[in-house]
Every structure is written in structure tokens, then in C-alpha cells.
Design a binder for this molecule. Structure first.
Ligand code: NAD
Length: 476
């Protein structure tokens, strides 16, 4: 994979440039724009854990970008590349992300400089609990102030440790479980959270393809069926997006690019089989359902209909933007396209579905989980059976009145009351559709004057305006 040229601005500067592109279209004072742009605070902690017979020192961050709504929300990333600039850029994106999908949170993000593969599970638990301790005692993890979630390198397991650590330090807090989202079900999680970001990417693409006018701008035709897709990053987000697009929309996943090699199959990769192999062997090498290549740079630039970067930031940059051969890029990762590359791609006519919207499925379902934790009851528990009884009554009445039998498949599907997973998916789909509707309306309105006006600027404009309105209401 190409790394960004030295002349390319940092991730944080890149986010600021995209922010400034949008501010130009808005009637917001310079002072308020600056208040929204800056990161409110970043806490850096260096803590020690005694492991392998000696003290090991770790560096972690928790950044709060905007507290116009609280709690603030944002994942915790485990990677050696974590640094203050990155955490602040990601926290800023969280503010805009929550605003675009109307989730009532401010933006935050955390990170720990660590390669999780270097440590055993027991060691990771001790490191995570110690990091959590440092953040909890400063209210940087707190159900009403700051609620983390998983990000790159973390998942359900780490969230369960954090939730338990919080509970141990706040034994009488009845809402303790709401201090973090993305937990396993048995620790207060919600059905559908693990798949949520990838599922949101699928819903975003489905809605894009529902609008023929938008598909036409990208130069594509038809629906998702048979579309050639390249995915970079086969972790939580990349795997779920690939799986749903392949299994439910009949799209063709032609390349999956991982850090240690890629898998290709022009007829379409069987995603679940590829995942099973990758989970067992840690590589695609040896998998019979496609061709393995160690060098992956050229594949990222291969011809496709849709490119899904789902690994990390800055992967589409000044070095390779000219060579990207996709009609649509959907940013499943945060910040995969640098500001410089964004300009090149905009001029080329590539449609970019921006990160703040495309990967908002995670924070949306996190919001549902937080609400579930605060209400202390599973969604659907009160109404499901009552709904089923009413539906059954209607079917029985139709059958009695007509003397005909309703088909078994219809009957089963119609009668079934909505369980938690159904409600979560429905809420996520609704959220993605509403957010897209507001973005595309502005996109088309502005495009009539400026053919280069893009979805990202529309998304920033809507988010910034919403944050500005909150600040104005707060009297700042
Ligand atoms: P993950 O750790 O589960 O998966 C990331 C995958 O990318 C891993 O399989 C890793 O090996 C691979 N990868 C790393 N470097 C790579 C490279 N250079 N080339 C190819 N593959 C590489 O992380 P995730 O949770 O899936 O997050 C991925 C991206 O999505 C991040 O940008 C994250 O901020 C963003 N995101 C995640 C969530 C979420 O709910 N997990 C929500 C919103 C956004």
C-alpha cells in the first residue's frame, strides 16, 4: 500500500481542510467556526503495568472534540500508530458523524499505542483495565459524560473489561453498564452491534442505488447485483460489509486486501469461507476460493465499481489518487481519503460517500445500546407477543371471512413480532436513509451551480450547522 507523501498534511489538518471547504458555504461567524473546529481537550497518559518480570510503560490518549451534546462518544483504538494528531482527527470526525445521523452525542476518541498481537489475552486484560482506570478516575469514561466503544484493534472483549472496571470503581452506579458500548450480550450489549458498522455501509450503498439520479452521477447503472467491489481491511467493518453485500445484495467481492496479502476472484469471493480461513490461518495464503498475492499495491488501484477502504486513514492519498479506478468510494474506515486526494477524485468525478455518514452505523447502534442500558430492558420485550397476538387475530379473521388460507411463508413472516435484532436493524436503516436524504438534497441543490460540489461537503455543511445551532442555543 502506498504511504502518503511527506508534503501531505497530517490527518488532523486534512479533516480541518475538509471542514474549511464546507464553512465557506455557511453563514457562520469566524469565531463560532473556530470553536467548532478545535478539539476541546486531549488527555495523555503514560502508565506502567508489571508484565513479563518488568515494568512496561504504555501511552494512551482520550480526546474530547466537542461537548455541545453529552455524553461524548467515540471508540478506543489499539495500534502502534496511535498518536495525538490521529486521536484528535478521529474525535472531530465523531462530532460530525453524530450530528449527521442525529445521535445526541458530542465527539470523542481514544487510543493506546500498542500492537495487540504482541500480548497474550491475560496481558491485554491487565493493560486495558489499567488504561480504563486512568480514564475512569478522570470521568473520561462515564455513562453521562464520555462513553467509548470499539475501534481498530479492540472489540467486545475489551469493552467488557472496561465496563467491569467501571463497575468495580462505581459500585452503586445503577447505570454503570452504559459507560461503554459494543459490549458482549451477556455484559449488557445489544444484538446487532458487532455487525452494525458493516451493516450501515450496506444500508448506505442500498440507499445510494435506490436513487437512479445519484447512480447516474457515478457513471454506474442498475443496482448492487453483480457490482465489482474491492475491500481493504477484513476486520470487523470490512468483513461484515463484504458479507452482507455478497450474501444479500449479490454484489461481487473481487479483491479483499489485508496487511499481509490479498485474495482475488473475478467471479466473486465467498466471503464467509474466506473469513473462516483467515481467522484460522491469519492469512489468505492457501485458501482455494481465489488467488493469493503478497504484493497488494496494484490491487488497490484495480478497476472496480465500488472501492471500500475499511482499514485505516490516509490510504488514498496524493500518490495513488490519480490511479484509483472506481466509480464509487464508500469510506468505511475513518479518513481513508486525504484532503489532497479528495480534490483529485472530485475533479475525476468519483463519487465519495463520506466516512462521517458511511461508517455511522456503529455509533447509531451504540446509541441504541446506551438507551437500552439506561432503560434496563431489552428492546421488544414488552410488545413483541402482544404484536404477534394482534397479527394472528387479523390473519385468522381474513381466513375466516374469505374461506381461503393465507400462504404459510407469508403467515409466519407477518405474525412474527419484532425482536431486538429486527428493531435494531430497522432503526439503523431508518437512520441511514434519513441522513442520506438530507445529504443528497443539498448535494443536488448545490450541484446545479457547481458540478464539482460533492457529498462530503454536503455532509460537513449539515453537521456543522447542527453543531452551530446547539452552541447558539447553549448561549456560547
Ligand atoms: P479491525 O481491527 O477489526 O480491522 C481492521 C482490519 O484492517 C484488520 O483486519 C487489519 O489487519 C487490516 N489492516 C490494517 N492495516 C492494513 C493495511 N495497511 N492494508 C490492509 N488491511 C489492513 O478494525 P475495524 O473496527 O474494522 O475498523 C476499521 C476502520 O473502520 C477504522 O478506520 C475504524 O476507525 C473504522 N470504524 C470502525 C467502527 C467499528 O464499529 N468498529 C466504527 C466506525 C468506524
Amino acid at each position: 500500500m502506498a504511504t502518503a507523501r511527506k508534503s501531505e498534511p497530517s490527518f488532523r489538518a486534512s479533516v480541518n481542510t475538509l471542514f474549511d471547504n464546507a464553512i465557506r458555504h455557511l453563514n457562520i461567524s469566524k469565531g463560532l467556526a473556530e470553536k467548532i473546529r478545535v478539539c476541546n481537550s486531549t488527555y495523555t497518559v503514560r502508565f506502567g503495568v508489571k508484565l513479563r518480570g518488568d515494568f512496561q510503560t504504555f501511552t494512551g490518549y482520550r480526546s474530547v472534540h466537542s461537548e455541545h451534546a453529552e455524553p461524548v462518544k467515540g471508540g478506543i483504538r489499539y495500534a502502534l500508530s496511535v498518536n495525538q494528531d490521529e486521536v484528535e482527527a478521529l474525535a472531530a470526525l465523531m462530532t460530525y458523524k453524530c450530528a449527521i445521523v442525529e445521535v445526541p452525542f458530542g465527539g470523542s476518541k481514544g487510543g493506546l499505542c500498542i500492537n495487540p498481537r504482541d500480548w497474550s489475552e491475560d496481558e491485554l486484560e491487565r493493560i486495558t483495565r489499567r488504561f480504563a482506570f486512568e480514564l475512569i478516575k478522570r470521568d473520561l469514561i462515564n455513562p453521562s459524560q464520555n462513553v467509548p466503544a470499539p475501534d481498530m484493534g479492540t472489540g467486545e472483549r475489551e469493552m467488557a473489561w472496561i465496563a467491569d472496571q467501571y463497575k468495580r470503581m462505581n459500585t452503586t452506579d445503577i447505570d454503570a453498564r452504559a459507560c461503554v458500548t459494543g459490549k458482549p450480550l451477556n455484559a449488557g450489549g445489544i444484538r446487532g452491534r458487532t455487525e452494525a458498522t458493516g451493516r450501515g455501509v450496506q444500508y448506505a450503498l442500498q440507499d445510494f442505488f435506490r436513487h437512479k439520479e445519484d447512480v447516474k452521477v457515478s457513471g454506474l447503472k442498475g443496482d448492487l447485483k453483480g457490482k465489482r467491489i474491492i475491500i481493504q481491511g477484513f476486520g470487523n467493518v470490512g468483513y461484515h460489509a463484504a458479507k452482507f453485500l455478497h450474501e444479500e445484495d449479490d454484489a461481487r467481492i473481487v479483491h479483499i486486501i489485508e496487511y499481509n496479502g490479498a485474495l482475488s476472484n473475478p467471479k466473486g469471493i465467498k466471503v464467509q469461507a474466506a473469513k473462516d480461513w483467515f481467522s484460522e490461518h491469519g492469512t489468505f495464503k492457501g485458501f482455494s476460493g481465489g488467488t493469493f498475492t503478497e504484493k497488494t499495491e496494484h490491487l488497490f488501484e484495480a478497476e472496480c465499481d465500488i472501492l471500500i477502504p475499511a482499514a485505516m486513514e490516509g490510504v488514498i492519498n496524493l500518490d495513488n489518487a490519480d490511479h484509483i479506478d472506481a466509480n464509487v468510494i464508500i469510506e468505511a474506515a475513518n479518513g481513508p481519503v486525504t484532503a489532497g486526494a479528495d480534490e483529485i477524485l472530485r475533479k475525476k468525478g468519483t463519487v465519495i460517500i463520506p466516512d462521517m455518514y458511511a461508517n455511522a452505523g456503529g455509533v447509531t447502534v451504540s446509541y441504541f445500546e446506551w438507551v437500552k442500558n439506561l432503560s434496563h430492558i431489552r428492546f421488544g420485550r414488552m410488545q413483541r407477543r402482544e404484536e404477534e397476538a394482534r397479527h394472528r387475530m387479523l390473519i385468522d379473521e381474513i381466513e375466516r371471512a374469505t374461506g381461503d388460507k393465507v400462504s404459510k411463508v407469508f403467515k409466519e413472516r407477518y405474525i412474527k413480532g419484532a425482536d431486538e435484532l429486527t428493531l435494531v436493524r430497522s432503526g439503523l436503516d431508518d437512520t441511514m436513509r434519513n441522513a442520506y436524504a438530507s445529504m443528497r438534497e443539498l448535494w443536488h441543490q448545490k450541484r446545479s451551480d457547481d458540478a464539482n460540489f460533492d457529498l462530503r461537503t454536503a455532509a460537513y455543511m449539515i453537521s456543522i450547522q447542527r453543531v452551530a445551532d446547539s452552541y447558539r442555543a447553549l448561549g456560547l
